[in-house]
Design a protein around this ligand. Sequence first.
Ligand SMILES: Cc1ncc(COP(=O)(O)O)c(C=O)c1O
Length: 397
Amino acid sequence: MTKFNFDEVTSREGTCSIQYDATELIFGKKDLAPFWIADMDIKTPEAIREALKKRIDNGIFGYTLWQTDCFYEPIKKWWSERHNVELHNDDIQYATSVLFAVAAVLKSKTEPGDAVMLTVPTYNSFVGLLEENDLKRVECELDLKDGQYSLDIDVFRKTIEDNDVKVYIHCNPHNPTGLIWTKEQQDEMMQICEENNVYFISDEIHKDFVRPKELFYSVANLINKYEKSIVITGLGKSFNLASLPFAYTVSKDYEIQESITKLMEQLHCGTVSSLALIALETAYNECGEWMDALNDYIHDNLVYVKSYIDENLSEYMSLEVPKATYLAWIDFSKSGFVGEEVQRALIDVGGLAISPGDLYLDPGHTHVRFNVGFRRELIEDAMKRIEKSFKYLEAYN
Ligand SMILES: Cc1ncc(COP(=O)(O)O)c(C=O)c1O
């Protein structure tokens, strides 16, 4: 029993949450149980809530400076203690959001029509970013064997060489597969990028969600060696603060850092949220224990989902507990059903809103992404709904 209660029931009614209030718009049906967009139904740590209340009581929320110790010190402390990386102030910079920073780097490093490489399956917003910025998407497909994803480094190299790639967007840990990359792999990937003059963006927003025995290795360890690289991360996932816009970058490439600031100035969105700054300070100084406890809880949720599948649904689907993230990437290829019919049954029979794999360019069209950042009771209910949907498909096919 931990001192944090992740089973607490908290209603999101009246909070205008996308997870609940936009579900009908996206999935086309009322009253679905939502497990799709990557935020959690779990409260931000009490320490952060208390710090925010105190800051709110001050009552003044004027323009706020990020270039202070309030910004640098907590980040340096967290990275030193949690990721074993010693950062200097100059290496760290504020950005409005993770995707804003990714977009800013793309703007700085590409011309319209240039090629940008993603590993597929991929986080769907990267696909959107490339389309919105008139960039050509180049796909490096991950290998899938026995439920485990891996990268063939020769395919990675060849895809870069054959397509005149200008930027590679790395996702570490990887959304949606939950893959984490080793030091050796990332060193080799960065080496290949350097040899081919490819800029290396490492999106590390999911970095704090790692299974108890797994190790996350940040690209920030390698930025001294490969200057054409940038790490982008934030608090949104780890502390469930996605609606307090805040992200930061870590890089030795001071030109790229400056170009991000310049873009924020041009678009007049460079003022940091005073509430986000307080959340940062409290999260990184005081909430390590909460993060560890939450990781245990998420791990148990994933183990529960896997056991349920193995015991009740093994003729239809399988799951390897992902090494990182709170996203279960469930493979239903055994069922023989195609993605569209599975999605229909999940919505119409199960009353569930779960993201279809095709959104993430799933090469086999045989996955769904199930967000398990919810209290156990809801995960248990969702599994029954999944079972009902597949039993229905079986009965009527
Ligand atoms: C890999 C990845 N990057 C970025 C984001 C979004 O980050 P932000 O809201 O800070 O732009 C998400 C959200 O799901 C994500 O999964």
